[in-house]
Design a protein around this ligand. Structure first.
Ligand code: 13P
Length: 341
């Protein structure tokens, strides 16, 4: 392991004014996203869509890295250029989702464990040879009457820590994504309590496995009321509560927090990043690693129609730019109305 390589990758990923595009939807997830716009997901339609994103003129000003799914990392542009090469030629680094998805835990209804350690060492070497510099592993935690359970949190924490050490062993920066889901009726206080408990357990386990904090990134959820909660928290409160928990649990050596959007609207997601960057000076970079919040409107404009690619790319460019401004607290909500989508 070469710590210098890990640190230099991290530095590029959290460079000021830039964030990460999460374009690593698995086969079932991209199928669901395409269903909304009435399009069938096949390896070829998936490729055309990712090509639209990755060839958008100017995005390298705002996007430092792209997370891909195994299928995408192996795909090429119409002109035969492998996606990792296309991106690196534009100064964007490639990452890959390496977990193999979630399985239900018997005896723990509605809870899941993320799998993917079997054969991981070999896969990591293959991904590295294909041009990947970083990796991602996602685990989910559902808030309910009795969830998340200690079994769910502890077993996911252990698997995540093992993923992280395997990645660092071959100089791939691990992005750890423990997502406390927004589904549910819980209020923001409950989300704060659960996010604290999950992250506390995970960082303890990362320490046990001697994960190098300087060579990893955390991809957290923001502390947020449940989608079906009647008592909604303000954006100010969301930013404050999120920072409070992060300060309590995230070691200062971790270079960056690259937030997921978790189903919040694109505008709200940008506001949260902006607000957190305005509140306080903190030791870590506060950035984004959005899937839906960067892509939702792009899909709605594109609709699978080749004649709408340029228009969809303009939408993607604008959204990426607004998130870039939020990195330094310079985003303003009026921008949505001024420039339209
Ligand atoms: P969202 O921003 O849509 O939550 O996606 C982030 C992600 O990488 C999910 O795994």
């Amino acid at each position: 392991m070469d710590i210098r390589v890990l640190k230099s990758t991290v530095k590029v990923l959290v460079e000021e004014g830039k964030g990460i595009l999460a374009a690593d939807e698995s086969t079932p997830t991209i199928k669901r996203r395409f269903e909304i716009i009435g399009l069938e997901s096949t390896p070829e339609t998936n490729r055309i869509y990712r090509q639209l994103l990755f060839t958008t003129p100017g995005i390298e000003e705002f996007i430092s890295g792209v997370i891909m799914f195994d299928e995408t990392l192996r795909q090429k542009t119409d002109g035969g250029i492998p996606f990792p090469k296309l991106l690196s030629d534009r100064g964007i680094i490639s990452g890959v989702k390496v977990d193999k998805g979630k399985v239900k835990i018997p005896n723990f209804p509605s809870e899941e464990i993320t799998e993917g350690l079997d054969g991981l060492r070999e896969r990591l070497l293959e991904y590295k040879a294909m041009g990947a510099s970083f990796t991602k592993w996602r685990a989910v935690f559902l808030i309910g009457q009795k969830t998340p359970s200690a079994v769910c949190i502890e077993s996911n924490a252990d698997l995540m820590a093992r993923f992280a050490v395997f990645s660092q062993e071959v100089d791939l920066v691990p992005i750890i994504e423990p997502e406390v889901l927004m589904e549910g009726t819980h209020d923001i206080t409950k989300s704060e309590e659960v996010t604290y408990r999950v992250l506390k357990t995970i960082f303890k386990r990362l320490m046990d496995y001697k994960v190098i904090f300087e060579g990893m990134l955390l991809k957290p959820n923001w502390v947020h009321h449940g989608l079906d909660c009647k008592n909604k928290a303000s954006n100010e409160k969301i930013a404050e509560a999120t920072l409070k928990v992060m300060k309590e649990v995230v070691p200062s050596q971790v270079p960056g927090l690259v937030f997921l959007s978790g189903g919040d609207s694109p505008e709200e997601s940008t506001i949260h990043i902006n607000d957190m960057n305005r509140i306080d000076k903190v030791s870590w970079q506060i950035s984004f690693s959005f899937g839906r919040a960067l892509q939702q409107k792009v899909l709605q404009v594109w609709m699978g129609d080749p004649s709408r690619i340029k228009e969809a790319q303009k939408v993607f460019y604008k959204r990426a730019r607004r998130n870039s401004l939020a990195r330094t607290g310079q985003y303003k909500e009026e921008m949505e109305a001024e420039n339209g989508e």
